[in-house]
Design a protein around this ligand. Structure first.
Ligand code: NAD
Length: 424
């Protein structure tokens, strides 16, 4: 894969969408219209292309009917490849920025120092290195106070979701441009979502202004991500794509990105465990993480993400590890209610699944050698009921009705570390 850049924008698709599109035209120069009514007969060329690239055969439900959809593609600029960090000075110049404030966790100060050393033609406003998981507002306030004395004109976050979260929190409060350099597979850099913790309560909001403007994916920076964290962070990314496939606003574009993202990670993560410094595996994983993050940023999430939010926020469980443990169980619960084409395509996306993605996920977690039970992270057995109560307290869209006692059993299995089964 050679290094590349993308810039994206919104689209509408479907029979009869012209009416909607025309009403939007004065407000957006990015609308492109296509009517499926005028192109229902697929050309032989397209059929060949589709079956080669997307595994769609004439018996596939997607081939025969596609429901109209609305797709808002988030407009961020992506620079992807190995050694792309060196393009940061050119990116700052392109945006006419001269005084960046660098953000990191305490563990990644050396990454921030490395960025600083590349910016000799700029005035680095400083390094704030106290980014913390779940974006506590007191840390954001501290960072803003520090920033005041520096007259920074932009923010550069280098790290995982914790550091990017701090960058988002500062950017939405100040209006400063935010450039992200992700070093995990969590995907926050591709979303307009910000979760912040105040007085121990985590609240999430979404605003297009939260979306970072530029993302520099440099595969080289992921080489230091420990194997265990690579595995759980990668499965965290897979979770975004799994839920994107059955979102109420799912559409063929995000579904395609989701399946490509799942495949890329399901193939590369075991290779990283076997060979952590493999440039090919690291590259494929980061590519998959980008696609999965894009899905999280584009469509709504369901049971799995709600459960992880509850478990992480209420019992202070680690983010990526919780996602990894819960995902097979949440999918096993939802799977019987998924559309047949989603069931099939999801099954096909996981190696060794034999058509069943729950089996595919169980096999993947075995290969990765990750922890399977939440009790290992300090969750107590008596917390299961509390978690089940919270999980059903606020209704949300989910393919299967969320029933309290069944969800309790989903949480119990995840707590105990049992293999996921579709028997509820
Ligand atoms: P993290 O950012 O907390 O990183 C975990 C640890 O790994 C940190 O100590 C970090 O410094 C270290 N690390 C990161 N990259 C490294 C590397 N390449 N080499 C060595 N060490 C490295 O972990 P995360 O899972 O990326 O992020 C979790 C946080 O992100 C949570 O707060 C979660 O809620 C949030 N998140 C938000 C979104 C969103 O869309 N808003 C999406 C995903 C995650």
């Amino acid at each position: 894969m050679t290094a590349f850049r993308t810039v994206a924008a919104p689209r509408l698709f479907g029979a009869g969408v012209a009416g909607i599109g025309l009403s939007l035209l004065p407000r957006s120069k990015y609308i492109y219209l296509r009517s499926s009514a005028s192109s229902q007969k697929l050309s032989p060329h397209f059929s060949r292309y589709a079956s080669r690239h997307y595994s769609i055969s004439p018996s596939d439900p997607l081939y025969k009917s596609m429901e109209p959809f609305t797709y808002t593609q988030n407009p961020s600029r992506v620079i992807f490849g190995s050694g792309t960090l060196k393009q940061l000075p050119a990116e700052l110049t392109r945006q006419n920025l001269s005084k960046p404030l660098l953000l990191s966790t305490p563990e990644q100060v050396s990454h921030a120092e490395n960025v600083k050393s590349l910016l000799t033609d700029f005035t680095v406003a400083g390094i704030f290195s106290r980014a913390t998981m779940h974006t506590p507002t007191e840390i954001t306030d501290e960072a803003l106070e520090y920033m005041k004395s520096t007259a920074a004109d932009c923010l550069i976050s280098i790290g995982g979701g914790s550091t990017i979260g701090l960058g988002k929190a500062m950017s939405i409060r100040t209006g400063l441009p935010h450039i992200c350099i992700p070093t995990t597979y969590a995907g926050s850099e591709m979303t307009p979502i910000l979760g912040e913790t105040a007085a121990g309560v985590k609240k999430t909001r979404s605003d297009p202004k939260i979306l970072p403007g530029t993302v520099v994916y440099d595969v080289d920076l992921t080489m230091t991500l420990p194997v265990g964290m690579s595995s759980t962070s990668g499965v965290n990314a897979i979770a975004h794509s799994v839920e994107a496939l059955y979102a109420t606003n799912a559409n063929p574009i995000t579904s395609h990105l989701a399946l490509e993202g799942i495949r890329a990670l399901a193939v590369s993560l075991p290779q990283i465990v076997a060979s952590p410094q493999s440039p090919e595996a690291r590259q494929l994983a980061l590519y998959g993480a980008w696609l999965c993050g894009g899905c999280l940023g584009s469509v709504g999430m369901s049971l799995h993400h709600k459960l992880c939010h509850t478990l992480g926020g209420t019992f202070n469980l680690p983010h990526a590890q919780t996602h990894t443990i819960v995902l097979p169980h949440a999918l096993a619960y939802n799977f019987p209610k998924l559309k047949p084409d989603v069931q099939k395509r999801l099954g096909d996306a996981f190696p060794d699944s034999n058509g069943d993605p729950v089996v595919g996920l169980n096999v993947l977690l075995d290969k990765l050698g990750v922890e399977k039970g939440l009790k290992a992270y300090g969750m107590k057995e008596e917390d299961i009921d509390k978690a089940a109560d919270i999980a059903v307290s606020n209704p949300y869209a989910n393919p299967r009705t969320v029933v309290r006692d069944e969800i309790r059993e989903v949480i119990r299995r995840a707590w105990a570390g049992e293999p996921a089964k579709q028997d509820l």
